[in-house]
Design a protein around this ligand. Structure first.
Ligand code: MG
Length: 203
């Protein structure tokens, strides 16, 4: 499986990092070695001193899709969860300045903790999902899927034009404003519709 992720899908986050609001989705990949499941801890790596959390709604892809027709795009994901797109902001900044790719900042081992997934049908309105991240007991990031720049369906259509989606792939749909650093000893919990679904200890 692979993890497809979108950068800058919430205007508030694009602006907080002084990036323009994009005309087209900004896409990057993480390999399967990035996954953390079952609330396992994250071990802070030596190669960065500025790893940030980015809490995101994640789609579970349930069907092989290539050049997906917009009319049917909603059929290609069947479940929703939360994930954290851990980002080595220091490496990303250096690479952005030099016009280099982002992989080392985004795709490193264990950079993608994910929650369990919940059937889409459990949610009344996929475009009014509240999600928030608590760090050491304090809410640090809050978003709602009504604020996405590109809908889940638009992302599936766009990505599948270039990259075939397969059953089991995960699509990280972008982070709202409020990203920030983690350090050893921090404790993160992610909430979807006010239910705690994700927990990550930073070691
Ligand atoms: Mg992100």
């Amino acid at each position: 499986m692979k993890i497809v992720a979108v950068g800058r899908n919430y205007a508030g986050h694009a602006m907080e990092l002084n990036n323009p609001v994009p005309q087209k989705p900004v896409i990057f990949l993480k390999p399967d070695t990035a996954l953390i499941k079952n609330n396992k801890p994250f071990f802070y790596p030596d190669f960065s001193t500025d790893i940030h959390y980015e809490l995101e709604v994640v789609l579970h892809i349930c069907k092989e899709g290539k050049h997906v027709n917009p009319k049917f795009a909603a059929n290609y994901y069947d479940a929703i969860g939360l994930g954290i797109d851990f980002t080595a902001r220091d490496i990303q900044q250096q690479h952005k300045e030099k016009g280099l790719p982002w992989e080392l900042a985004k795709a490193f081992d264990h950079s993608a903790p994910v929650s369990q997934f919940f059937p889409k049908a459990d949610f009344k309105d996929l475009y009014n999902l509240d999600f928030h991240l608590v760090k050491n007991g304090e809410t640090v990031q809050r978003g709602n899927t009504k604020d996405v720049l590109f809908t889940f369906e638009q992302l599936i259509v766009f990505v599948s034009t270039y990259i075939t989606l397969r059953t089991g792939d995960l699509l990280f749909t972008g982070t709202p404003a409020g990203v920030g650093p983690i350090k050893k000893g921090d404790h993160l919990t992610g909430y979807l519709q006010n239910e705690q679904v994700l927990e990550v200890a930073i070691k």
